[in-house]
Design a protein around this ligand. Structure first.
Ligand SMILES: [Zn+2]
Length: 167
């Protein structure tokens, strides 16, 4: 089963998501369905708000460097994330399942550390760099109602608006 993904400029994407308090079967089903939805759309990350649920839940499954393939064992299920550290700077060409067919480079922190809860409510800590770090920052922005196109400098933003009108 897959869920419908909300697309820009759907206003629901602007909601601020609320923390998860109950770590039950319903949450597990949602996480499983989010994974199927992300994979069906060839995504590397998905936030719950992208399927219309304003909860602080995201999943990320970045491809491995050696073969550019996604492995389910690398899947991260991140609930109620909080940044502990954000360092450095890097550029990455980003895309988003809610902003289909548009890619643009953005500036992100190169290295992040965050705390979060897993699907059982256990406290976890994660340090990430490179694509994983970018993907996590991108998805956490979704929890705060932000899209990567909001971060673009004015000229790139105009290019985006222009491409959007062309569709
Ligand atoms: Zn996105």
């Amino acid at each position: 089963m897959t869920l419908e993904i909300l697309k820009y400029p759907d206003k629901r994407l602007r909601q601020k998501s609320m923390p998860v308090e109950v770590f039950d079967k319903e949450l597990h089903t949602l996480l499983d369905t989010m994974y199927e939805t992300m994979m069906a759309h060839n995504g590397v990350g998905l936030a719950a708000i992208q399927v219309g649920l304003p909860k602080r839940i995201l999943i990320v499954n970045v491809p491995r460097e050696e073969d550019n393939e996604q492995y389910k064992e690398d899947l991260l299920e991140i609930i109620n994330p909080v940044f502990l550290k954000q360092e450095g700077e890097m550029e990455w060409n980003e895309g988003c399942l809610s902003v289909p067919d548009f890619y643009e480079s953005t500036t992100r922190f190169a290295s992040i550390t965050l705390t979060y809860k897993d699907r059982f409510g256990n406290d976890k800590i994660l340090q990430a760099e490179g694509l994983l770090s970018v993907a996590l920052q991108h998805e956490i922005d979704h929890l705060n109602g932000m899209l990567f196109v909001d971060k673009l400098p004015i000229l790139k933003r105009k290019k985006f608006e222009k491409e959007l009108r062309r569709k």
